[in-house]
Ligand binder design. Structure first.
Ligand code: HEM
Length: 360
């Protein structure tokens, strides 16, 4: 198998990209203002409702083959990590509205040259369920995001109805052997957050190469949850309660995997809606994430994760620069929207440069 190498010219921004990014910032800020007025607190413009705020360790495998021993993964060893699991929308909804969800990972004690503006020895990987980002590009997100933004004002009952329609649509599409990542936004199955797999959806530089990342549940106890489904009529915070209950009894393990870029035609850099076929290049394990049994929702910890800390693609080694249209937008949008919520809440943004800053 030959993998394609990273060079700066594999990214091909369109001419008016900055105007699109400015439009996304404006739209998401307006959306956040609407939510803030309702919730009396400024929350994340995306992935607002956390379900677990935990710490643990990432162990980089030794003896990785040269094409995988790249960037952070070039040096075997163990790093402390902080991980935030959250539901997708940028508002605090009841779990009847079942959405895609996210897993934000901050890796500490990462030496090496960072992207401009990132001053700490940390590397963030901000992942979500589904292997693709349905809007594909920043322009696509601005178009679709407007629709999502409009839904912010709708009553929860309407979102819940959309959610069940989307779930049925997903089932129908599955029956035809395809699936709609878009339908996942409001139609994710009522599955257990610790039994889901999470993906970067868009590519990053992987040292000399390029890759998409995935985090896949790797303990028997998590695999045993694969058929678990929430009854949302019983508990509107059921995903959080399920995650916290599980963390009380079990260690949680994810394998972190890299899918190397091997075919410029079938694995485009600029369009994140295209699933990179695993027949062209599979996801291969590069590290193991261990989150030992713990209190996953201690009040001090949650306040720190939800209101002070930020995870973002721009917190990165140069060797793992996020790539493509969606990623270039994320490099600017997270910073702007995080600044907005911290300003509104009058809470200083924490750099979280070391694991010791995280409340026990
Ligand atoms: C154009 C595309 C995207 C835009 C504009 C966008 C925007 C945002 C914004 C504004 C936040 C809140 C940041 C903060 O206040 O700290 C956020 C959080 C988040 N996003 Fe995105 N996003 C995009 C694509 C993605 C993709 C592709 C993924 C995953 C594959 C993703 C996963 C997440 C997650 C997990 C969080 C929560 C991070 C945390 O826990 O702090 N987003 N996004």
């Amino acid at each position: 198998m030959t993998y394609l190498r990273y060079t700066p010219d594999i990214e091909q921004p369109v001419a008016d990209e900055q105007a699109t990014i400015d439009g996304i910032i404006k739209g998401m800020t307006q959306q956040s203002e609407t939510v803030e007025a309702r919730e009396h607190h400024a929350v994340r413009a995306s992935h607002a409702k956390s379900s677990a705020c935990v710490t643990g360790e990432l162990t980089i495998a030794s003896n990785l083959p040269p094409e995988l021993a790249q960037g952070l993964f070039a040096t075997p060893g163990t790093h402390p990590v902080a991980v935030r699991f959250a539901q997708g929308p940028g508002e605090t909804l009841g779990d009847r509205v079942s959405t895609h969800r996210g897993m934000a990972i901050k890796i500490f004690d990462v030496p090496g040259e960072k992207l401009p503006g990132h001053g700490a020895d940390t590397q963030d990987f901000v992942l979500a369920t589904g292997t693709t980002f349905p809007s594909g590009t920043a322009a696509g997100f601005l178009r679709d995001g407007t629709v999502i933004g409009k839904s912010t004002g709708l009553p929860e009952g309407v979102k819940s109805a959309v959610s069940s329609t989307m779930r049925n649509l997903n089932k129908a599409l599955h029956a035809f052997g395809t699936e709609s990542a878009f339908a996942d936004f409001f139609g994710h199955p009522y599955s257990h957050p610790l039994a889901d797999s999470y993906f970067s959806q868009a590519p990053i530089r992987f040292g000399d190469y390029v890759a998409k990342l995935g985090a896949v549940p790797a303990s028997d106890a998590q695999r045993a949850l694969s058929e678990w489904r929430l009854d949302p009529h019983v508990d509107e915070d059921g995903f959080r309660h399920a995650a916290v209950d599980f963390f009380r009894e079990h260690d949680v393990v994810f394998e972190l995997k890299a899918q190397l870029w091997a075919d410029a035609e079938r694995q485009p850099i600029e369009d994140a809606s295209v699933d990179w076929p695993v027949s062209v290049s599979p996801y291969r394990t590069v590290a193991t994430l261990r989150l030992l049994r713990q209190d996953a929702y201690g009040p001090e910890r949650v306040r720190y994760f939800d209101d002070m800390m930020t995870f973002r693609p721009a917190h990165s080694l140069k060797a793992h620069r996020p790539l493509g249209s969606v990623m270039r937008a994320r490099l600017q949008v997270y910073q702007a929207l995080s600044a907005f919520r911290h300003r509104q809440n009058r809470i200083a943004e924490e750099n979280a440069a070391g694991i010791e800053q995280i409340p026990a």
